[in-house]
Write a protein that binds this ligand. Structure first.
Ligand SMILES: Nc1nc2c(ncn2[C@@H]2O[C@H](COP(=O)(O)O[C@H]3[C@@H](O)[C@H](n4cnc5c(=O)[nH]c(N)nc54)O[C@@H]3COP(=O)(O)O)[C@@H](O)[C@H]2O)c(=O)[nH]1
Length: 725
């Protein structure tokens, strides 16, 4: 880059001082003896002489080089010395000239001086006179040259400083003592869009955003009383209105202000104005904003994160305490999120989270805070509620907002959420307690079937502690051999024998005794332990059936239960068929019980997996048949092999609507050529009624409770309890 004045700026450093330079002197005279003697007479250190005998020769010398002084004879053979003066003038040369002449006429003197001669020495002259004249001319010339050099240096320096100021990327300006612009560099036009000349005499404060104007006003004011301190300040300067778009923005700058002091009387400096440098820090500010946004927001949904939520909750609690008001914290968890995430992948899981977040946001007021605090978990702060009904109203609105399915890449998905609610001050007075209690309430919703809301109640706390204990113990139960299978016989009344057993899992807890799978299976699902547990069940059940078959009980079938999550595993079909094959069992001897609820949710891939299992010969029974709503639709779709009449119908046998339902189920089983089992048969009368309606195979406490393998085997050889009628 070439900076104007730079060359000169550098040259002056290398420049030889003017008085130390060699002076070149040209002696022009037709008198040969003078041409020879004058160089000796005028000799001095740092002087160099050349000679010429006529105008023509003199001009030739001048064309060849620059001289400092010409000692010029007036009368020359080819013309007068005036011709040399004319030549110098024409060629804008600045050599000093001492004209030497024998002319007496004043006109000759005037003519020579007018044409630019510096001095005039009349012949005959005294040597000292000429020496003085030469000395004076050279001295004058040296002064002129030094002066010129100084002027040039000053101009170069000014050019350089102007260049530095005007091409600075920063805004550079000076203000008068009243804070009005008296200089501003052109950068203002690029940065703020104002014309420089429009700003002159305008107050600097007029550029500052109103929010920052008090600060700059007080800093400028302080300069009058304490002008000795410079300052640095971050400000926002407004931009000129963009007339096309009709909008104006602002620019964040770091302003460094340096007071300018004048020379007061007695040498004291008074404040005369301010020198300011304002640096554009908008990029840095943006970066700071992004960093701060990231620290307080969730990247996926751009909602506040846990940190910001707690901050807002803390603030809302302080305000609620002050005005003796109340507030609500809602804990929202997406149901079946893991299913979507594990089955369709994370991008689909992300889309579900974003979709739910958008629906939740749309139900809330601007003063409420919605935050994403975990994978599929959100919290909501309702900072000012009139009563619990306000929180309940919001919970209902949330459920309603999710009624319309969300459009995911793999198709529409009807998302549901479980919502727990904690109210300040009734359910807690601190951030921690309220969030924890809302979370506990949400867990209760999960446990009682998801898709709902409930308020925290103190007794939930105890249950929650119990659940945490179960969670911890369950993680090691399998390794410590605390799980066991019990078997409940399935009896055929017509054959009067046990035709099958259902393998039912038990957790033999060292402190709490036998724990029902109804309690720990949902927890195992949530903890992601269900796959491991189901593999163990499958292995045990197949090994047991193989052992029984070896001992001659080859007409007994084995049913076992799988969880919804098992069908999300890609390898479930291979796992089942491999296990059956490894134990040398006919696949038709194994039946997998899956719930009607599971089928109806149309869990991704379930249909295909059920088909493949059926193709492999494995039986598929629908547990709790009849409790769903679209039973017939999936019976058409799926090649299942058996139906189990739900225990709730059996319990209600004799009721107004129950018998027709059971008859219908029996009809469906016949129509689709499916095996049929009634479960939950507790009384002889129920068994008799079921038989009367056309159901032959039954399971229930009336015949036998789930028992250990040896006890179950003993029952294979015994006729089951009789059923009269
Ligand atoms: N994923 C898995 N789920 C399993 C497994 N083992 C069991 N389960 C499921 O847990 C639920 C509770 O089971 P459980 O406590 O074992 O209860 C079963 C029977 O004990 C009970 N039953 C049987 N007869 C009667 C009766 O006459 N009355 C009555 N009140 N209850 C009775 O019913 C349960 C069996 O139900 P079902 O499976 O629907 O046939 C339960 O949902 C099990 O499915 C497992 O290994 N994996």
């Amino acid at each position: 880059m070439v900076i104007p004045g730079e060359v000169f700026f550098h040259n002056q450093l290398a420049e030889t001082p003017a008085d130390a330079q060699t002076a070149r002197i040209l002696i022009v005279d037709d008198d040969v003896s003078l041409r020879r003697t004058l160089p000796h007479i005028l000799a001095a250190p740092h002087r160099e002489f050349d000679t010429a005998d006529c105008v023509h020769a003199a001009i030739a010398q001048l064309e060849a080089g620059i001289f400092d002084l010409i000692v010029l004879d007036y009368r020359l053979p080819d013309a007068t010395g005036l011709a040399v003066l004319d030549w110098l003038s024409e060629h804008e040369r600045d050599e000093a000239v001492i004209m030497i002449s024998g002319e007496d006429a004043i006109d000759a003197v005037i003519g020579a001086l007018r044409r630019g001669a510096d001095d005039y020495v009349r012949k005959p002259y005294h040597v000292a006179q000429l020496q003085r004249a030469v000395q004076n001319a050279l001295h004058k010339r040296m002064l002129e040259r030094a002066n010129r050099a100084m002027g040039e240096r000053l101009r170069a320096s000014e050019r350089l400083h102007r260049f530095l100021v005007e091409s600075s990327p920063d805004l550079i300006f000076t203000l008068d003592a009243q804070g009005r612009f008296n200089y501003v560099n052109p950068r203002i036009e690029e940065l703020l869009g104002f014309r420089r000349n429009h700003l002159l005499n305008q107050p600097f404060a007029s550029l500052v955003l109103p929010e920052d104007s008090d600060r700059i006003a007080s800093v400028l004011q302080a300069q009058h009383t304490r002008p000795d301190t410079s300052f640095t300040l971050e400000l926002r300067l407004r931009k000129a209105t963009d007339t096309a778009a009709g909008v104006s923005g602002h620019l964040a700058v770091a302003l460094q202000g340096i007071p300018m002091l004048g020379r007061g009387e007695g040498g004291e400096g008074g404040y005369v104005g301010l020198y300011g440098i304002a640096r554009d820090i908008s990029e840095r500010k943006r970066a700071e904003e992004i960093i701060s946004f990231q620290a307080y927001h969730d990247q996926l949904t751009r909602l506040p994160n846990r940190v910001l939520f707690r901050d807002r909750l803390d603030l809302a609690l302080t305000q609620a305490r002050r005005r003796s008001g109340s507030l609500a914290v809602l804990y929202v968890d997406i149901d079946r999120f893991k299913l979507v995430n594990d089955t369709y992948g994370h991008s689909e899981g992300d889309a579900l989270i974003r979709g739910v977040a958008a629906r939740l946001s749309a139900t809330l007021r601007r003063s409420d805070t919605l935050a994403r605090v975990g994978g599929d978990e959100f919290t909501i702060l309702l900072p000012d509620i009139g009563g619990v009904e306000d929180a309940e109203h919001t919970a209902r609105k949330i459920q309603t907002s999710l009624e319309a399915p969300l459009a995911l890449t793999h198709g529409d998905f009807r998302a549901t959420v479980s919502v727990g609610i904690a109210i300040y001050p009734a359910d807690g007075e601190t951030c921690e307690t309220l969030m924890q209690h809302a979370d506990i309430a949400m867990y209760q919703v999960k446990r009682s079937g998801k898709n709902g809301y409930r308020f925290f109640a103190p007794e939930l706390n105890t249950r929650h502690q119990g659940r945490i204990a179960i969670e911890n113990d369950l993680r090691v139960a399998l390794k410590l051999g605390q799980l066991e299978l019990h078997y409940q016989p399935q009896v055929s009344l017509s054959q009067r024998r046990v035709v099958g057993v259902e393998a039912l899992l038990r957790w033999n807890h060292p402190d709490d005794g036998l724990i029902s799978p109804a309690i720990f299976i949902p927890i195992a699902e949530e903890l992601g332990l269900i796959g491991e547990i189901s593999r163990w069940v499958l292995e045990q059940a197949c090994a047991q059936l193989a052992a029984w078959q070896k001992r001659g009980h080859d007409n007994v079938k084995m049913s076992l239960n799988l969880a919804a999550y098992d069908f999300d595993r890609g390898d479930i079909v291979a796992e089942v068929t491999d296990c059956i094959a490894r134990h040398g069992l006919p696949p038709g001897q194994i039946t997998l019980e899956i719930t009607e609820h599971m089928m109806m949710q149309d869990t991704p891939g379930v249909t295909a997996k059920v088909r493949r299992l059926r193709e492999a010969g494995v039986g598929i029974a629908i547990d709790d048949f009849g409790t769903g709503y679209s039973a017939l639709a999936y019976l058409q779709k799926l090649p299942i092999s058996a139906l189990k009449i739900d225990r709730s119908f059996v319990k209600d046998l004799g009721g107004l609507m129950t018998n027709p339902i059971i008859s219908a189920i029996i009809g469906i089983a016949r129509g689709f050529d499916l095996d049929l089992i009634a479960e939950g048969v507790e009384h002889a009368q129920q068994a008799a009624m079921l038989r009367a309606l056309g159901c032959d195979v039954m399971q229930g406490y009336y015949f036998a409770r789930p028992v250990q393998a040896d006890d179950a085997e003993a029952l294979f050889s015994m006729p089951p309890r009789s059923v009269s009628g």
